[in-house]
Design a protein around this ligand. Structure first.
Ligand code: SF4
Ligand code: SF4
Length: 326
């Protein structure tokens, strides 16, 4: 196993940036931690899950699908260098695994896989959560893991590309506490896990009345924050812009909390109230996705509960739901 001291981490990433399109946690000027480039701000590996949606690296908020000139659509070149994405937690990796399935299911989203296919994923774990708390080991689902043991980063490879990166670290010495972190990770329990599973059962058994969603809907101010940060939210809209002989098609994230989310051209809206839209946001992840994909599509990253200004993130709603209807 290789080791990296905190002092050597900047040089380590600077070297990787010569071979990869590097995206890693940085501190933005507004004080939030987000995935960016070395030029965007100081490296910020410590502090837990990033504030922003980590899967945006492969599914950005807005992107051009194609640009046509005189009706001709040229082939889009593949990226010159693979992405190396650092900073995903164990929950984030589960989210990424889920949207990999989603974007490959039935049809294959070439826009997504253009970036995702050859990307190298580096997880972070160990005592680098908020206030030095434990981020459980990912132990797979990624190419390489950086585990903070409280004094240095332990570098744990899982794939060939991860192994090459670890091999590039010279003069590496340390002792590390991987076994202790591994054991603590095994016993790490997210209390939200039991709650959302119980909420999922209630929803699938149709035991939650519409009046509950009226109450939740009344508390939603449609700020869309929950969708913007959720790593497994994948809804998008498409729009075309035309200027003379050029047409540009782009896609951008949509939010199931907005009135226009499902509104049809006729004006009919099958999700015409905030109550229906709030129900859909929770029901989709806890009831519809388990039926479609065989798993709940919330991996408890904590972002929607942290960002919702009115306290109706998925765990908060699940807690209320279980307390009232179980
Ligand atoms: S906790 Fe919220 S933001 Fe995170 S995966 Fe679940 S629904 Fe999405
Ligand atoms: S973050 Fe909360 S208030 Fe904002 S749209 Fe989502 S549920 Fe509604």
């Amino acid at each position: 196993m290789k080791f990296l001291s905190a002092e050597r981490i900047a040089d380590f990433f600077a070297a990787l940036a010569t071979s990869f399109e590097l995206r890693l946690p940085v501190m933005l000027p507004d004080g939030t931690r987000s995935i960016g480039t070395l030029e965007d701000g100081p490296i910020a590996l410590q502090g837990g899950a990033l504030d922003s949606k980590p899967t945006a690296v492969f599914f950005p908020q807005q992107e051009v699908v194609f640009t046509a000139r005189d009706g001709e659509v040229p082939d889009t070149p593949l990226p010159a260098r693979p992405l190396l994405v650092v900073g995903l937690t164990r929950c984030d990796l589960d989210c990424l695994r889920f949207i990999d399935r989603f974007f490959a299911g039935g049809w294959r989203d070439d826009l997504y896989f253009r970036q995702r296919e050859n990307a190298v994923i580096v997880a972070v774990s160990g005592y680098c959560g908020a206030g030095g708390s434990l981020l459980p080991l990912a132990a797979g689902n990624c190419d390489l893991e950086l585990v903070w043991d409280g004094s240095c980063w332990l570098v744990v490879p899982y794939s060939e590309s991860g192994g090459s990166i670890a091999d590039s670290i010279a003069d590496s010495t340390g002792s590390g506490a991987l076994q202790r972190i591994r054991t603590e990770s095994l016993f790490h329990i997210d209390e939200g896990d039991a709650i959302i599973r119980r909420a999922s059962e209630l929803l699938r058994a149709n035991r939650v009345p519409d009046s509950f969603w009226e109450e939740i809907g009344d508390r939603c101010i449609a700020c869309t924050g929950c969708n913007l940060v959720c790593p497994t939210c994948t809804c998008f809209g498409v729009q075309d812009w035309r200027y003379r002989n050029v047409v540009e098609r782009s896609r951008m994230w949509d939010s199931c909390q907005l009135a226009g989310f499902m509104r049809e051209a006729s004006g009919h809206n099958p999700m015409g109230s905030e109550a229906l839209r709030s129900r859909r946001r929770i029901h989709h992840k806890l009831a519809a996705d388990p039926e479609r994909w065989g798993e709940i599509s919330c991996y408890l990253c904590g972002r929607c509960d942290a960002v919702c200004p009115t306290g109706i993130g998925i765990v908060a709603v699940s807690q209320e739901l279980v307390a009232r209807f179980e």
